[in-house]
Design a protein around this ligand. Structure first.
Ligand SMILES: Cc1cc2nc3c(=O)[nH]c(=O)nc-3n(C[C@H](O)[C@H](O)[C@H](O)COP(=O)(O)OP(=O)(O)OC[C@H]3O[C@@H](n4cnc5c(N)ncnc54)[C@H](O)[C@@H]3O)c2cc1C
Ligand code: FES
Length: 289
């Protein structure tokens, strides 16, 4: 059991969990992730340690409330409760190299994965600019990033109440692409790195490719075991099948089959929607909402 030492909502739909998990805290490196099972018979979901203390044995996870599991975590878990399993650290650490001038981009909660990597890259002598594009009420980690890298840029997008979340997301993509183009046109870069929804990663990659700048991405296919056994996270990279959990999660954006990844990530969306709707009905029946 992995005790929740601290839990708080740090921005709209973004919850901070400080978890006692000494075996993870002891070994985790920037770029790695854990697989969490919060509830008995519950789904296993990949999440990223954002910060950690090796001595005190805790890690911080920041979780975006997306579907049933992340909503259950936000609603049903309190400080003092425990997660059932925290398996990890899993995946490969991000390469710690001197790239030079790096633009590290996080869309939405993707910035939580950018933070430990960008901080470590800056510490070994890179000149790192981080860019966070998200909805205004979802801006997170601003102070942490301002202290960790050469320059942190936040591009907050207003949520237009006339439209649903999905329609609003198009404005985030638009701002993201415009801002990246502006930065690539005005400055010289040695590497672009990005974490976020694959549709946004592809849109940004298409701009970066025009400038011929190397680009690396952390990929988010569906994961189940996180150890290369189940095949759920397979992605095509450079024409070969790779497992994001053991071969990644970081890959060369120029080699990724983006259309296949986007298709596979959306494969269970109908079932995910049904699971969430049923859960919301249960909550209504219990008078929780
Ligand atoms: C390596 C990695 C690190 C991640 N780190 C973070 C993080 O630090 N913070 C954070 O908020 N999110 C992170 N995610 C995404 C997170 O795992 C999903 O948001 C979560 O699984 C959604 O679960 P759900 O039941 O609430 O949503 P669902 O409604 O079940 O799913 C909604 C969306 O999440 C995707 N998804 C569902 N289950 C999984 C799964 N088991 N693995 C991967 N994607 C899934 C689906 O493709 C779908 O697009 C990470 C994903 C990966 C692969
Ligand atoms: S999550 Fe099962 S093979 Fe990667």
């Amino acid at each position: 059991m992995y005790k929740i030492l601290e839990k708080r909502e740090i921005a709209m739909r973004n919850t901070w969990y400080k978890i006692y998990a000494p075996h993870v805290a002891k070994k985790v490196q920037p770029g790695q992730f854990v697989i969490v099972r919060a509830f008995q018979n519950g789904e296993r979901i990949p999440l990223t340690p954002v910060m950690w203390d090796r001595e005190e044995g805790w890690i911080v996870l920041i979780v975006f409330t997306r579907g049933k599991t992340t909503m259950r975590m936000a609603l049903e878990l309190s400080e003092g409760d425990s997660l059932l399993n925290v398996a990890g650290p899993l995946g490969n650490p991000a390469p710690m190299e001197k790239f030079g001038k790096v633009l590290a981009i996080g869309a939405y909660t993707g910035i939580v994965e950018v933070y430990p990597i960008a901080k470590a890259w800056q510490e070994i002598g890179n000149d790192v600019t981080t860019l966070h594009v998200t909805f205004e009420p979802m801006v997170i980690l601003q102070d942490y990033l301002e202290n960790a890298v050469s320059r942190h840029i936040v591009e907050p997008v207003k949520l237009d109440p006339r439209f649903d979340f999905k329609v609003n997301m198009k404005y985030v993509t638009k701002r993201l692409v415009e801002k990246v183009r502006e930065l690539l046109e005005s400055e010289n870069w040695d590497l672009v790195f990005m974490v976020g929804p694959p549709g946004d990663q592809k849109a940004v990659f298409e701009v970066v490719r025009e400038f011929g700048i190397p680009m690396r991405v952390d990929l988010h296919p569906i994961m189940v075991d996180g150890t290369g056994m189940c095949g759920a996270c397979r992605v095509r990279v450079g024409g070969e099948v790779k497992f994001a959990c053991v071969d990644g999660p970081e890959f060369d954006a120029y080699q990724v089959d983006w259309d296949e990844l986007i298709h596979r990530v959306g494969f269970y969306s109908k079932m995910e929607r049904i699971a969430l709707e049923r859960y919301l009905e249960e909550l209504k029946a219990k008078g929780v909402i």
